[in-house]
Design a protein around this ligand. Structure first.
Ligand code: ADP
Length: 195
């Protein structure tokens, strides 16, 4: 299974990404998690990106490509992947396409978790109360939504034009959303791999 999850910040990519990965034996590749792990470990890259993350801005496309390239290729050759948080700009999508073409693979589906901005702010506030991520303050949350609208939303058109996009209503309960996502992905999964 090779699937990309798109959603605004707080849209539920992380939870659904983990569930999809488990059901289809794919690797959950979450660029936000990878970047936060670098920051937590205090690596050179982590020190370089920590301010960008805390501000809610995007890390540069070149850093992201260097970070994901080998992971995407390795996962494609194993059980596949669920991309969560990448690509996040049209330039990243173009690079992702080139990288796939290089190794003769292709994305099978792009799922848009469709949820209104007000609902995602509520979810981010709830998550902030529990996790206290550096980028979960009210101002930064609003900024991340703006960055999403400007830089990431255009990907919906990009993938719709390529016939890959499926939107699912993500405003309801988490388990209902999972069921909707599985209904989309089950038919394109190899039956023996579905758990
Ligand atoms: P959320 O789903 O809450 O938006 P993520 O965990 O996906 O958050 O990402 C957290 C932060 O990591 C982003 O705000 C951004 O700074 C950085 N980031 C993650 N993925 C990318 C990417 N593909 N390109 C640029 N920056 C990224």
């Amino acid at each position: 299974m090779r699937v990309l999850l798109l959603a605004p910040p707080g849209g539920g990519k992380g939870t659904q990404g983990a569930r999809i990965a488990e059901r289809y034996g794919a690797e959950h590749l979450a660029t936000g998690d990878i970047l936060r792990a670098e920051v937590a470990a205090g690596t050179q890259l982590g020190r370089h990106v920590s301010d960008v993350l805390a501000r809610g801005d995007l890390v540069s496309d070149s850093i992201i490509m260097a970070l994901v390239r080998e992971r995407v290729i390795r996962a494609s050759k194993a059980g596949g992947y669920v991309l969560d948080g990448f690509p996040r700009t049209v330039d990243q999508a173009v690079s992702a396409y080139a990288l796939h073409a290089d190794v003769d693979i292709s994305l099978q589906a792009v799922i848009n978790l469709d949820v209104p901005a007000e609902a995602v702010l509520e979810r981010m506030r709830a998550r902030a109360a529990v996790q206290g991520r550096a980028d979960d303050t009210e101002d930064v949350m609003r900024h991340r939504l703006e960055v999403y609208a400007e830089k990431t939303r255009p990907l919906l058109d990009y993938y719709a034009r390529r016939g890959l996009l499926v939107s699912v209503d993500a405003a309801g309960p988490i388990d209902e959303l999972t069921a909707s996502v599985f209904r989309v992905l089950d038919p394109i999964a190899e039956p023996e791999l579905v758990h």
